[in-house]
Design a protein around this ligand. Structure first.
Ligand code: SF4
Length: 447
């Protein structure tokens, strides 16, 4: 039996794509083996979001070539899409294929096995208007299914290279999403995380069909308990979406809404399409529609031109919003983007100091949010066993509002929707007690 080994760098979308590519090999009778051991084919799914992503991708390609110089080394993903020439210059690379035409991978592999001629199969992705359909009937994680519903981005933020590697926004056919949803429910999945490069842009290229329409269709899928959106822009949350948040019992009370900066001048320089005032107003509407919702965000600090005053104003703004968690990144120059060429780049030391201040603020806000749930009962899907006192089985899982919770219980609970009374709040983990197993509504109740 022929063997294939995978290495995936980068985001959830890349991991989804690798699962889909594995299905193609599986259908041809391949077995999947460890990347660190010998294999007949190595496939590296690369990332280019930062310059470090490129470097790590090259390292993994070289490692595959060293493992088995006779193997076919195939490279796909974002770095492959933007820099096929650099990759083909690495001795031992046989195939470079970008973020499209992956259904052709097996044909390329067979041809290369016969000819041993390297192939550059990368095409201009900016012309692509179709979502690349690839089937994924299951995932390694048995409780949450990551469903890719969208690819590409039309935003062109000045710090980001991704539109060049993923192309313009494309939506997956709703029928195909619902078919996959039913298959995944039949396979035992209770929670879907809708993912994409710019997930909230779902529907922008479809006629009279929005993300809110898809969410209502998913709401009707029997056996599906929870739906989570991996990330959505504040400007994409419209009246119809607010209505779904308000009325669908399957929507998780958690939204990840990237802020990136808390000062209008920085937002403008980043080419983000909202002001802090608009962002704040939208958060107010979301909280009205979905009380107790946890709102997490991404923030970039030390963007070119960000003064101390701007940073301070941003800090106060984030505190006023009251996030349930912030993912904080120091600005890092991405070659090829407008921001990398901007004047007034910020010192690394200043950036690191600002990052630390925001991490501290995030932890304060995480604890404040978690404390409001002590004494309440929340729904948690038990995911895996965790370390507990000797002789006591402990489970770990996420509540619908994305609190990480530890509670006593054995492994038979994994995959079950458990009702957990929160007894202790923590920054990264809360503790709770199992009060029941339920398939009912995901709303909390006091007591
Ligand atoms: S919205 Fe901005 S940061 Fe996000 S993928 Fe698009 S260009 Fe990049």
């Amino acid at each position: 039996m022929s063997s294939v080994a995978f290495y995936t760098l980068g985001c959830k979308v890349n991991f989804y794509d690798t699962e889909a590519i594995w299905q193609l090999f599986k259908n041809e009778g391949y077995e999947q083996v460890d990347f660190e051991g010998p294999a007949d084919v190595y496939l590296i799914n690369t990332c280019t979001v930062t310059n470090t992503g490129d470097k790590k991708s090259r390292q993994m390609i070289r490692r595959a070539v060293r493992r088995n110089p006779e193997a076919i080394v195939a490279v796909t993903g974002c770095y492959a899409q933007t820099s096929p020439g650099e990759i083909l210059d690495i001795p031992g690379v046989d195939l470079v294929i970008g973020n499209q035409d992956r259904d052709q991978i097996m044909t390329h592999v067979k041809n290369i096995q016969a000819t041993r001629q390297p192939v550059n199969a990368v095409r201009n992705i900016m012309k692509t208007r179709e979502f690349e359909e690839m089937d994924v009937p299951g995932f390694a994680d048995r409780t949450r299914a990551f469903m890719k519903i969208q690819d590409g981005c039309n935003n062109f933020c000045t710090f980001c290279i991704i539109p060049w590697s993923r192309g313009l926004s494309r939506s997956r056919d709703p029928k195909s999403i619902i078919t996959q949803a039913k298959q995944l429910v039949a396979a035992g999945y209770k929670e879907f995380v809708l993912t994409g490069i710019h997930t909230g842009g779902y529907g922008d290229d479809l006629e009279n069909y929005r993300l809110s329409d898809l969410l209502w269709e998913l709401d009707q899928v029997e056996g599906l308990e929870r739906v989570r959106i991996s990330s959505i822009e504040a400007s994409q949350i419209d009246e119809k979406l607010l209505e779904v948040l308000n009325r669908s019992t399957k929507m998780c009370r958690h939204l990840h809404i990237p802020l990136q900066a808390g000062h209008n001048e920085v937002l403008k320089a980043m080419h983000r399409k909202y002001t802090t005032e608009e962002y704040y107003a939208k958060i107010g509407l979301i909280r009205q529609a979905m009380p107790d919702v946890g709102i997490t965000t991404d923030v970039i600090v030390g963007f070119p031109g960000e003064t101390d005053e701007m940073f301070r104003a941003g800090y106060d703004f984030m505190k006023a919003v009251g996030f349930s968690e912030m993912h904080v990144f120091p600005y890092s120059k991405r070659t090829g983007t407008p921001a990398a060429r901007m004047d007034h780049q910020i010192d690394e030391e200043i950036k690191n100091d600002r990052v630390q201040q925001l991490i501290d603020l995030s932890e304060e806000m995480q604890l404040t949010y978690a404390r409001t749930f002590v004494g309440q009962t929340v729904s948690v899907i038990a995911e895996r066993s965790a370390k507990g006192a000797p002789g006591r089985a402990v489970q770990h899982g996420f509540s619908d509002n994305y609190l990480q919770i530890l509670f006593n219980g054995d492994d038979s609970l994994q995959g079950e929707l458990c009702q957990i009374k929160i007894t202790e709040a923590g920054v990264n983990e809360c503790r709770g007690e199992l009060v029941g197993i339920s398939h009912d509504s995901l709303q909390t109740s006091a007591g």
